[in-house]
Design a protein around this ligand. Structure first.
Ligand code: PLP
Length: 382
């Protein structure tokens, strides 16, 4: 079975991991630091905190922004549940902003409408978490302007968007946000097996995230309350977690990082081939602004009527190609229904989930695969 996305590991990656296994440090050594520095250099941000997953990165990002009980966080319903769960970990209230019809990202028009109403009701969000769906950058500057007007912080869930560019600059430079989070799960652009990173230009957020990722413990003398510490002294200042990335994972990440530009280029080439092959069909592709670069974590198509995605899903499966839905709306998950959300709350995202399908796209596919998959789809929808 060929999956909808998968990792690309070569001998260089394997060598890098083996080297760490023979070294003195398996955790909290020099390779994690190196990996973080390389991310800072690649994306042009000031700080990077590598952790054991994007889910952990989202959690420490919320903690650094002081999200707590009675605070409100908004995100998109068209994402993985982790984009919303991070707010719930902090005991905050979660709500959603419906998506837009062409980019399938959070609708900025809906966001503005909802902000106006929220201001009247004194229920403005403390943080808005948006997602660059499939690696397609949202219009960040517009949301940044709204954040100044309505006084909220911004977390980018850029799990899909490593190597994507917004107006010629890499996502993760945090020009238009407070914190950006990436995932290094094997289906994403580059991998550390499990892993993630949070980037920021704010020193205070960076220090807090570092602490929250490691038990809330500081070993930095200048932060100690005890002014005459023994040499073994450390202090816990927050209720933190163990979200640290290991040296083994960082070594894989550091090696993968050398290849991210090529990965993104190959994904773009294959995506363009899909577009060429499926162009004549009644299918919609994701709209990407010509000044932006998508990292094409996913190739999502949207059909013109319901349930055809199931038919195509089954036919692809028969031919050993796996496809998937991105996403079943978060608010319709049983857990979120128990919080009070219901069918009809975010109709565009709900309709989209009935029409969309992510067809295979990864750097291990070749042009022949893309043509084969396109032919299967063509036969069904003509
Ligand atoms: C994959 C993903 C996550 C979670 O990433 P992990 O590294 O598996 O924790 C969060 N948000 C989005 C949008 C994702 O696609």
């Amino acid at each position: 079975m060929i999956p909808y996305s998968r990792q690309n590991i070569d001998d260089e990656d394997i060598k890098a991991v083996l080297k760490v296994l023979k070294s003195d440090f398996l955790t909290q050594g020099p390779v994690v630091k190196k990996f973080e520095n390389k991310i800072i250099e690649s994306l042009k941000c000031k700080h990077a905190i590598a952790v054991n997953s994007a889910t952990s990165a989202l959690h420490i990002a919320c903690l650094a922004l002081n999200v707590k009980k009675n605070d409100i966080v908004w995100t998109t319903p068209n994402s993985f549940v982790a984009s919303a769960n991070c707010a719930l970990y902090c005991d905050a209230n979660i709500d959603f902003v419906d998506i837009e019809n062409k980019t399938w990202n959070m609708s900025i028009i809906e966001l503005e409408k909802k902000l106006k109403i929220a201001k009247k009701n004194k229920k403005l969000p403390k943080v808005v978490i948006y997602v660059h769906l499939a690696g397609n950058p949202i219009d960040q500057k517009k949301i940044y302007n709204l954040s100044k007007l309505y006084n909220f912080k911004i977390i980018e869930d850029a799990s899909h968007a490593f190597g994507a560019k917004y107006k010629k600059s890499y996502i993760g430079n945090c020009r238009w946000s407070d914190i950006t989070v990436f995932s290094f799960h094997p289906v994403k652009i580059i991998t550390t097996a499990e892993g993630g990173v949070a980037t920021t230009n704010n020193k205070n957020y960076a220090e807090k995230m570092k602490l929250f990722a490691s038990h809330g413990i500081t070993k930095d003398k200048k932060n100690f309350l005890n002014k005459k510490p023994n040499p073994w002294h450390y202090e816990q200042h927050y209720l933190g977690y163990n979200y640290r990335m290991s040296e083994i994972h960082a070594a894989l990440g550091l090696s993968q990082l050398k290849k991210f530009k090529n990965f993104v280029k190959k994904r773009n080439n294959l995506a363009n081939l899909y577009k060429k092959n499926l162009n004549s069909l009644k299918i919609t592709f994701q709209e990407i602004d010509k000044y932006n670069l998508s990292s094409y974590h996913l190739f999502i198509i949207s059909f013109s009527y319901e349930d055809i995605n199931l038919k195509v899903f089954k036919e692809l499966k028969k031919n050993k190609f796996a496809s998937n839905i991105h996403y079943q709306p978060i608010h319709l998950q049983p857990y979120f229904k128990k919080l009070g959300f219901k069918k009809g709350d975010f109709p565009i995202a709900e309709d989209f989930s009935k029409l969309c399908l992510s067809i295979p796209l990864s750097t291990s596919l070749n042009e022949t695969d893309i043509i084969k998959i396109s032919e299967i789809i063509k036969k069904i929808i003509k």
